[in-house]
Design a protein around this ligand. Structure first.
Ligand code: SF4
Length: 490
């Protein structure tokens, strides 16, 4: 018998945006901890121009629909609906299950406000948490979540709502008599053959006209595509290998192209954000996808994340630009090989990174470069040197995040073993807040101030501002904000 399932991406506890999809599924709360008004302005703009759905929820809705369940989707964080409105709609629908997106930066709000109130308003409803961080801290499920899913949602969520005994479902956590139970065998990942058989998301169920990912993508509406899952590199701070496994599982270029075509023809989609940890792990496949797009004449803008050395195939960068690639996100993290090796990140020669970024920008592809402050082994001086390098690199966007011990990562284990954690639970795991003290030389407040200062110095430097106005980015930002206002996003 079909179940009634509400798929909920909840609102934010404040005016800032929560991107529950980023940081390998751990989520990012776009709220700078400092007081600099310039940082607050930039973060406010980001909260207006970045609105993307949550991959786990989209994937679950796709398979639940295929299996004939009755669905209602509320993507409140992206449509601007407040908690009262969400509860009213949820109550009117009367679901048996609510599959709710959660994130590390505001988990308390999601559990103690949203899940609690759903259970109070809808007697008997079972609330399932979809977010990757609960795996390592299962006790956080209590008292308001009934289940949490580990690994890939397509395997476990349908079985939960179809009434399969919990003990027989792999990759879930559930509560029984106020105690937490975890299924045996840990997480399960979907093999490639099955990935290729999964149906494409029905964006008609989603408020996709609200989705935007500016400035990485200037066109709207934007949707997500997972062209591959998993990452073989295993960088110790990164949630992807923990949450998707280290085996790179990629759909064929043809299968990905078919999904792009479906999105464009059926929903009028103009831009795609590939949610792969490592989009160009196979450069031939990336090139083939570009060829298919170019030959078809389809106009699509796209962006993705990769490592600089995975764009080494001659002509690939230029072909990506021709096919519609607008932005590539790169994790540079730190420039010191000894710091990177400590955390299992493969270091690259700095001239290679510089060369790749400059070749992309020359070909017309914008670059976003991510740095991490406060990795184990960092000193004030090493962090200054890394920040200095970020200025030399001069990517179109630059982010200075703070080393965050996401549960399930090697960094989390190191932080536990070395007693670096300065807060328990998920509250401080937000990428812009510091939750570890790794050295006697600086504390969490120093890191938060440094992250904010480097960010403001970068975006308000005369060199950045000249480029910003010369490229017409001021006008594009203004247009994007106006469009978001007209859509009612804020
Ligand atoms: S290469 Fe990127 S996605 Fe892969 S583990 Fe390292 S940081 Fe994560």
């Amino acid at each position: 018998m079909p179940a009634k399932v509400l798929i909920l991406n909840p609102p934010s506890p404040d005016a800032s945006y929560i991107n529950r999809d980023l940081m390998g599924g751990m989520g990012v709360h776009n709220a700078p901890p400092g007081r600099d008004i310039r940082a607050k302005i930039i973060f406010r703009i980001k909260s207006i121009v970045i609105h993307i759905p949550m991959t786990h929820l989209v994937n679950a809705a796709t398979v639940l629909k295929q299996r004939g369940h009755e669905l209602k989707i509320i993507d409140a964080i992206n449509t601007g609906e407040g908690i009262e409105h969400v509860l009213k709609e949820a109550k009117a629908f009367g679901p048996q299950f609510v599959l709710m997106g959660v994130s590390s930066g505001c988990f308390k709000f999601e559990r103690d406000d949203v899940a609690r109130r759903l259970k109070e308003e809808i007697p008997g409803v079972k609330v399932i948490a979809a977010g990757d961080m609960i795996t390592e801290m299962p006790q956080e499920l209590l008292p308001y979540f009934d289940f949490a899913v580990m690994g890939e949602v397509e395997q476990s969520v349908p079985l939960i709502v179809e009434g399969v005994p919990y003990k027989e479902i792999q990759s879930i956590i559930w509560q029984e008599n106020n105690e937490v139970r975890k299924s045996e065998g840990g997480k399960r990942f979907i093999p490639v053959e099955e990935l290729e058989k999964l149906p494409f998301p029905d964006w008609g169920l989603w408020p996709y006209k609200h989705y935007s990912y500016y400035p990485m993508l200037t066109k709207t509406p934007v949707v997500l595509i997972q062209a591959s899952r998993g990452c073989p590199y295993g960088c110790g701070y990164c949630p992807y290998p923990a949450n998707q496994g280290r085996l790179w599982r990629a759909r064929s270029a043809e299968s990905v192209f078919e999904e792009i075509k479906w999105d464009v023809e059926k929903f009028g989609i103009k831009a795609v954000f590939f949610r792969d940890p490592l989009f160009t792990a196979n450069q031939e496949r990336a090139e083939k996808l570009c060829d298919l797009i170019i030959q078809s004449g389809i106009k699509i803008q796209f962006c993705f994340e990769t490592r600089p050395e995975l764009l080494s195939k001659p002509g690939l960068i230029e072909k990506l630009a021709k096919a519609g690639c607008r932005t590539i996100n790169f994790g540079v993290e730190d420039i010191h090989p000894e710091i990177l090796k400590k955390i299992n990140r493969l270091p690259l020669p700095l001239d290679k990174i510089l060369d790749t970024i400059h070749r992309c920008e020359k070909a017309g592809i914008r670059t976003s470069c991510f740095f991490i402050l406060g990795l184990p082994g960092s000193t004030k001086q090493t962090m200054e040197e890394t920040i200095e390098f970020s200025r030399k690199l001069f990517g179109s966007q630059t982010e200075y995040k703070i080393a965050t011990p996401f549960p399930g990562t090697m960094l989390y284990k190191m932080a536990k073993e070395n007693k670096w954690l300065t807060s328990e639970g998920f509250d401080k795991l937000g990428s812009y807040s510091a939750s570890m003290r790794i050295s006697g030389e600086f504390d969490e407040h120093y890191l938060e101030r440094l992250s904010e200062k480097s960010f403001v110095d970068y975006y308000f430097s005369p060199r950045y501002l000249v480029r910003y106005f010369m490229r017409g980015d001021f006008l594009t930002t203004l247009q994007t904000i106006i469009k978001a206002k007209l859509r009612g996003d804020f």
